[in-house]
Design a protein around this ligand. Sequence first.
Ligand SMILES: O=C(O)c1cccc(C(=O)CC[C@H]2O[C@@H](n3cnc4c(=O)[nH]cnc43)[C@H](O)[C@@H]2O)c1
Length: 232
Amino acid sequence: MATAVPAERDAVAGAFPEPAAEVPLPAGTLHRTGDFDLLAVGVGPALAAACTASALTAAALRGAPYDLVVCAGIAGGFAPDAPVGSLVVADAIVAADLGAETPDGFLPVTDLGFGTVSHRPPASLVRGLAAASGAVTGTVLTVSTVTGTARRADELRARHPGALAEAMEGFGVAEAAAAHGTPVVEIRAVSNPVGPRDRAAWRIGDALGALTESFGKLATALESWTQHDRTQ
Ligand SMILES: O=C(O)c1cccc(C(=O)CC[C@H]2O[C@@H](n3cnc4c(=O)[nH]cnc43)[C@H](O)[C@@H]2O)c1
């Protein structure tokens, strides 16, 4: 599981009864608990992609490749569908600002003839996680710049009507997973609304608590999917 920062990693680890064993890697320290390896991969899509790819490569080289990559953490939520404190499971992980600005609006990088802007987690996994946790499902956007105005929030929602949340790592983690042919999913607890910057409205502690509580329920669904239900 890839989180951006150690506080998110520790919130996820708090769902598991046994203390995590620490395993040093070139890209950081894995925290191993139960069947899960947790790694803080840094803030932003580029660092998250680099650290996730490094951990995936290390696992492949030791002959124990991962079955699934989970990107988890806090996020901004689009009102009214993803209020502060809610949990979102991504049915699409979309790079929202990877492209070109033109006089006629934003063009995704795919319209320029390059790469990809979207990864789709397996639908059966998304359904199972939502059923286990009560999470809402929808698009989670990856941005390199946190949205700070209502105008930008409206632009993003107009371009991505299915967007429920924005964060900064999912697409990078998903690109690394895709390079290894490993399925990926993103799970986010909403700490703040997407829109005008208002630090007083952040509920980071509550969102970290929601991560701990939800991973208590999600662990079984994740294990079940990787062991038995690996269908689309
Ligand atoms: O300074 C600000 O206005 C501001 C607003 C929201 C979040 C931040 C952060 O520095 C946290 C970035 C960190 O947390 C995830 N995150 C949480 N909320 C959001 C958001 O509204 N938009 C994008 N990312 C968010 C993100 O994945 C990073 O890991 C600063």
